[in-house]
Write a protein that binds this ligand. Sequence first.
Ligand SMILES: *[C@@H]1O[C@H](CO)[C@@H](O)[C@H](O)[C@H]1NC(C)=O
Length: 221
Amino acid sequence: MTTLKVEFLTLLLAGCSSSFSVMPSIYLLNIGYNGGTVYQVNGDTVVNPQASVTLGNMVGRTALEVRIGYFSLCLRSSPGGWLCSQNATSLAENLYPYEDPINLLNVAQNFHENIVFPYLLIIAAVLSFIVFVLILPYPPLLKTVAVGVCFLSTILVLISVLWQHIASVAAANVAINLGNGTVFTGVGITAMILGWFTFGLLTLTVVGVYFFVAINALHAV
Ligand SMILES: *[C@@H]1O[C@H](CO)[C@@H](O)[C@H](O)[C@H]1NC(C)=O
């Protein structure tokens, strides 16, 4: 179970780090243009309904989409090929102004730089591996340590996944409204499921390791 968990964490972290088939589908947040369709904004708090038209004219027919992963950004300006890089500057060099008229790549890059925080997950993955080593038949003391390490790892994953979930939902909500009907955003469901699934597995592991140690202690008496 522990190896499975480390693999989920690794997959999550690697998501969007390369253009390999599955990778661009594991992302935290995506943002893109509606490809020429404008969804007119209305409501009691919309002071300037013209904003949709004005922005729509500016945006044109571009259908650029940017996906933000833990370590890199992926973009696609036409259906088909994804272009991924850890270096947003090098991605920007591939775009013409008409492809990204209101600078969504820049929005994505700032979200990635200021909000995405993969380091707790990396520490958790390392800790999970340590638990895996500690749980091998070693003295009981080490097994007690294993419970502690496993618990710590679970807390780190919880903080990390919860943080990323809330931050992504919040950013998506603000971005879509600022776009006045010209952009779409979304939270990467696969990444969220992987994150919460990892947390679930870790919680099970903590319980499992705890009982393992408790039963061993009973046998020792
Ligand atoms: C990112 O790419 C740009 C342009 O290709 C390059 O000038 C810059 O050095 C790169 N940055 C890093 C950290 O690799």
